[in-house]
Design a protein around this ligand. Structure first.
Ligand SMILES: *Cc1c(COP(=O)(O)O)cnc(C)c1O
Length: 362
């Protein structure tokens, strides 16, 4: 049965994008591929706000997130943690055999720039990981303020996950001074999963030259070397690269400012709906994500029952809470191709489904 995803990734993929994927394969060392690869760079660089290259990694975002750690951490990485993905990044660094110090905040609280400053000032760090938009709890940290602090520590390479905020709001990489900026295909870009996009500064590449055990698949120097020839180190996921090309056309046609405004407006529409029904936002006031709303289940609805009704009667699915927040929160995405009309259909469905959903205790 077909149904539409309003979970915060993967999200619904348009017919146009799906059709773009259904094209004949080309060799990844052919001039056709080189032309395709190079044709993507200007639009990608503009979306990333960078003059640096944007590498195409055939992996989910975690591949690039783990790979970045392996490429630039020589001494110690500070891992800023305020939700499931950022918590896991600390664990990933340790599993890569790196020295990693956690800087913990409650889930739903933003990463505090002053706490980052205090920790980095202790010295011994040469990298920091940061998640701009913690999708697990719908919490967005103040990236410009954080980067202003991190830039004061010239030895520290910044690795920033913009997986669930990229292309939904401006994140000017060069202006903010981000060294490594990572995103994935299945979030706001509304592509199928399988591709991650990584833009890397010269500084970070210079660091990588000095780091042993970078491995092969995610070696940034391999990405750079191949990039110079318009290629990827290994055979890439060509159908999703076709889809990316199609999506970049869509973004250009809409205009980035209009795209950012649309995400902000639809985000507010869902938020206003939830607040009007008596739910509260889970993340700290003023730090709600622009691409999803994570509501606290303050009215104690049976969330699996709610999703059952949504799926059976309205052919759509929301998220019933991530990890330890399962049942206590629900998340609704407004990423990708959503419009005022599709969000209106969503909130009408939510109202209808809530009316026939039992409370958890009953
Ligand atoms: C989805 C997500 C990831 C993980 O992405 P995968 O594609 O599953 O590897 C990492 N960080 C954030 C913020 C995410 O939203």
């Amino acid at each position: 049965m077909a149904y539409k995803l309003f979970i915060p990734g993967p999200i619904a993929v348009s017919e146009k994008t799906l059709r773009a994927m259904a094209q004949p394969m080309i060799g990844h060392r052919s001039s056709d591929f080189v032309a395709l690869y190079r044709s993507l760079q200007p639009d990608l660089q503009s979306l990333f706000g960078t003059k640096d290259p944007v590498y195409l990694s055939t992996s989910s975002a975690w591949g690039a997130m783990e790979g970045s750690i392996r490429n630039v951490v020589k001494k110690r990485v500070l891992t800023c943690m305020n939700g499931a993905f950022s918590d896991k990044w600390n664990d990933v660094a340790l599993r890569c055999g790196k020295q990693a110090t956690p800087l913990r905040f409650e889930w739903g609280q933003p990463v505090d720039p002053e706490a980052v400053r205090g920790e980095l000032a202790k010295g011994g760090y040469d990298a920091v990981t940061l998640i701009h938009n913690e999708t697990s709890c719908g919490c967005m940290s103040d990236l410009p303020a954080l980067m202003a602090v991190i830039r004061k520590f010239p030895e520290v390479i910044s690795i920033v996950d913009t997986v669930s905020s990229f292309s939904a709001m401006p994140i000017p990489k060069d202006k903010l001074g981000i060294d490594i900026m990572i995103t994935g295909s299945q979030k706001a870009l509304a592509l199928p999963p399988g591709l991650s996009l990584v833009s890397v500064s010269k500084r970070a590449l210079e660091r990588a030259e000095d780091v042993a055990d970078r491995g092969y698949y995610f070696d940034l120097l391999e990405f750079q070397k191949n990039h110079e020839n318009g290629m990827t180190p290994s055979t890439p996921i060509i159908p999703i690269i076709y889809a990316l090309k199609s999506k970049l056309e869509d973004i250009r046609a809409e205009g980035t400012e209009a795209r950012y405004a649309r995400h902000a407006r639809l985000n507010r529409a869902v938020r206003d709906w939830g607040l009007a029904r008596g739910f509260k936002l889970f993340p700290k006031e003023g730090h709600g994500s622009v691409t999803l709303n994570c509501f606290a289940n303050t009215l104690d609805y049976d969330l699996p029952a709610l999703n059952k009704v949504l799926k059976a009667k309205h052919q759509l699915v929301i998220d019933g809470g991530y990890g330890k927040l399962k049942g206590q929160t629900f998340r609704i995405s407004n990423m990708g191709d959503e419009t005022d009309a599709t969000i209106a259909v969503l909130v009408a469905a939510l109202d209808s489904a809530l009316a026939e959903t039992p409370k958890a205790g009953s």
